[in-house]
Design a binder for this molecule. Structure first.
Ligand code: MD6
Ligand code: FE
Length: 200
């Protein structure tokens, strides 16, 4: 494991060894069985390339009314609990006394990517957002708290954990592209990203 920091974002490279990654993936399989992946549409009716689901009290949803946290899956059931294996990562790196209320699960296949955005729909910015990467390498772009300006990128690999906290809690960030086939962790290839957040 090595820790590095880019623009205030802490990255614990290789925090999760292959056994830990496989254990989390096994737990995610039961999450996805209860709460299948779905594809969100933006306010403008365009589908996001990333497939999503969630665990915890809250998940993420968007439609014509915009983006928001919701306490049910689009199919109507409650979100499954956040697995202990994932909670342990939060305990290890968040430095936050509160427990996460949402674990977003993003699935990237093929050419899926995520545009630059801020995570700012939570009530308490004192808690960080903790992100776990599984599967193929992804190019993570980090900008600034204000829109625009210079950006820098780094590759996130399977088992890496990134923490957006403190002054970096509200920086713009996104995923430009994947290095497809760089990992064999996921059946069917691609990448899963988990983000843990305190919502209320
Ligand atoms: C991703 N991550 O890695 C997208 N958000 O696929 C995020 O949007 C993110 O990595 C907040 C904090 C850390 C992140
Ligand atoms: Fe984000």
């Amino acid at each position: 494991m090595s820790k590095l920091s880019l623009r205030g974002v802490d990255v614990y490279a290789g925090l999760l060894d292959p056994a830990a990654q496989t254990a989390i993936l096994a737990d995610l399989r039961s999450v996805v069985k209860q709460a299948p992946f779905f594809r969100l549409k933006t306010r403008f009716g365009q589908s996001l390339s990333v497939q999503m689901t969630a665990a915890g009290q809250y998940g993420w949803f968007s439609d014509a009314k915009g983006y928001r946290y919701v306490d049910r899956h689009p199919d109507g059931q409650e979100w499954p609990a956040i697995p202990d294996s994932v909670m342990q990562v939060w305990e290890q790196v968040s430095g936050c006394a509160r427990r996460p209320e949402c674990c977003l699960v993003n699935l990237y296949r093929d050419t899926a990517r995520m545009g630059l955005h801020q995570d700012r729909d939570e009530a308490d910015f004192d808690c960080p957002v903790v992100s776990i990467s599984l599967g193929d390498d992804a190019l993570f772009r980090i900008g600034n708290v204000e829109k625009g300006g210079k950006n820098e990128s780094l590759w996130l690999r399977s088992g890496d954990v990134a923490v957006l906290g403190g002054d970096a809690r509200l920086v713009y960030h996104g995923i430009d592209k994947l290095r497809l086939g760089s990992s064999t962790l996921l059946q069917g290839g691609g990448r899963i990203n988990l983000t843990l957040r305190v919502v209320t």
